[in-house]
Design a protein around this ligand. Structure first.
Ligand SMILES: C[S@@+](CC[C@H](N)C(=O)[O-])C[C@H]1O[C@@H](n2cnc3c(N)ncnc32)[C@H](O)[C@@H]1O
Ligand code: SF4
Length: 357
C-alpha cells in the first residue's frame, strides 16, 4: 500500500496558503482529505528563556533535532501539502540542516515559513536564507526596547536581534529580493501592550512591513507570564483597545500592517464566537498535522501551551506509523468527535478564547 496521503488533489485548492484552514468543509470524525498544512518541530532545543513559553518551565520531551530522515519520511507522505511551518516549541535556527529542509520543500513548490527568536539570524546566513526560497520569516521580538525584552524573553539580546533583522531587510532591498516576507511578532500581554505603537515604529525603521499581535495561550494553572491575568484578549480593556487602535493608525502612517485580529487562523474574531463553546469553530484537526522533533503527532501548535503532559493528547508516532494510519486512527477520530461535541479534549477547552496565531 502506498504511504502517500496525497490523493485525491484538493478541490478547490486553498487560495491563500495563509488561510489553508478554509479548505475544510465537513467536520466529521473521519477526515476525508489529507492535511493541507504540516507543523514540523525541527528542534525542541532553544537558547532563550521566554516567560511565556512552556519549554522554559519544563522539558516537554528529551532535547532533540528532527533528523533529515524523519523530516523526509513525513513530508514525502504528503507531497501536495500546501504549507509547512518549520517550528514547534524550540528555536529552528539552531538546526544546521534547516536550509536543506527549506530547499527540499521549495523544490516541490510548498509555502514554507517559520517563527524564530532572531538571535541566530547572523548576517553571514542572510544570503543563504534568501536563496532557499523561504516564503515567510517571522521574528518573535515581543518588545520595543531592551529592558522589556529581557523581562519577557529572559536574555539581554534585543539589540542584536534588531540589528540582525535590519541587516537582513537591507540586503533584501539592495538585491531586490521580495522573499521571505519578514514580520515582527508580539505576544499580547497586559504588561507589554503599551509597547505596541513603538513596536510598529521600530518595524518601519528596520524595514519590516508586517506586525502581528499574537494571542497568549496558557493552561489552567498558568506558567511564568502565561496566565489569565496577563492575557490581553481574555478581557481587553478600553485603554488596551485604544493602544491597539493607536498602533494601527501609526502603522497606516508608516506603511506597516498591524494584524491584531487573529484572522489568519480559524476562529476569525474572538468576539464572534459563542462563549459557551469557544472551541466550536476550530478546523485544525481536519486541516493540519503537527509533529514534534521525535515524530510524536500532536493535535496542533496550541496544545503544548494549553495543556500539560503530551501523553494525554498524543495522536500517533511518525517513526512507527504512516501518516495515513495516524490521520484517521481511533485516537484522531475520538479527538475530532470530542471537538465537535460539548466536552472537547483538554487542550481545546479554552481555545477560541485564547487563540494563538
Ligand atoms: C514557541 S515559539 C517557536 C519559534 C521560535 N523559538 C520563536 O520564539 O519564534 C513559536 C511562537 O510562539 C510564541 N509564544 C511563546 N509563548 C507563547 C504563548 N504563551 N502564547 C502564544 N504564543 C506564544 C513565540 O513568541 C513564537 O512567536
Ligand atoms: S518562545 Fe521560542 S525563543 Fe522563546 S523559549 Fe520558547 S521556543 Fe525559545
Amino acid at each position: 500500500m502506498s504511504a502517500t496521503l496525497d490523493a485525491p488533489p484538493l478541490d478547490p485548492p486553498p487560495l491563500d496558503p495563509r488561510r489553508y484552514f478554509e479548505s475544510v468543509a465537513a467536520r466529521d470524525s473521519v477526515a476525508e482529505r489529507p492535511p493541507v498544512c504540516l507543523y514540523l518541530e525541527v528542534t525542541n532545543r532553544c537558547n532563550l528563556l521566554c516567560e511565556t513559553c512552556p519549554r522554559t518551565f519544563e522539558a516537554l520531551e528529551p532535547p532533540m533535532d528532527m533528523s533529515m530522515d524523519l523530516f523526509r519520511k513525513i513530508v514525502d507522505q504528503v507531497p501536495g501539502v500546501a504549507r509547512v511551518v518549520l517550528h514547534g516549541v524550540g528555536e529552528p535556527m539552531l538546526v544546521k540542516h534547516l536550509p536543506d529542509m527549506i530547499r527540499y520543500l521549495k523544490a516541490r513548490g510548498t509555502h514554507v515559513l517559520f517563527n524564530t527568536n532572531g538571535t541566530l539570524l547572523a548576517p553571514r546566513k542572510h544570503q543563504e536564507i534568501i536563496d532557499t526560497g523561504l516564503d515567510e520569516l517571522r521574528v518573535s521580538l515581543d518588545a520595543a526596547e531592551a529592558a522589556t525584552f529581557l523581562k519577557v524573553r529572559g536574555k539581554d539580546m534585543f539589540d542584536r536581534i534588531v540589528r540582525n533583522v535590519s541587516t537582513f531587510t537591507n540586503l533584501q532591498q539592495a538585491t531586490g529580493a521580495t522573499k521571505p516576507l519578514v514580520s515582527l511578532w508580539l505576544t499580547g500581554l497586559k504588561e507589554t501592550v503599551d509597547q505596541l505603537p513603538e513596536f510598529v515604529r521600530l518595524a518601519a525603521r528596520i524595514g519590516v512591513k508586517e506586525v502581528h499581535l499574537q494571542r497568549l495561550v496558557f493552561d489552567e494553572a498558568g506558567f511564568g507570564m502565561a496566565r489569565a491575568d496577563s492575557s490581553l484578549f481574555e478581557s481587553t480593556r478600553a485603554e488596551e483597545e485604544a493602544v491597539i487602535a493607536a498602533a494601527q493608525a501609526i502603522g497606516r502612517e508608516v506603511g506597516v500592517l498591524l494584524d491584531a485580529s487573529g484572522a489568519t487562523e480559524p476562529g476569525l474574531s474572538l468576539k464572534k464566537q459563542a462563549d459557551d463553546k469557544p472551541w466550536a469553530t476550530c478546523r485544525r484537526p481536519w486541516s493540519l498535522m503537527y509533529f514534534t522533533a521525535h515524530g510524536r503527532a500532536l493535535p496542533c501548535c496550541i496544545a503544548p501551551f494549553s495543556a500539560r503532559g503530551y501523553e494525554n493528547y498524543t495522536l500517533g508516532d511518525a517513526t512507527q506509523q504512516t501518516l495515513r494510519e495516524i490521520w484517521n486512527s481511533p485516537a484522531y477520530r475520538d479527538f475530532r468527535t470530542g471537538l465537535v461535541g460539548d466536552e472537547p479534549p483538554k487542550p481545546c477547552q479554552g481555545c477560541g478564547l485564547r487563540w494563538s496565531l
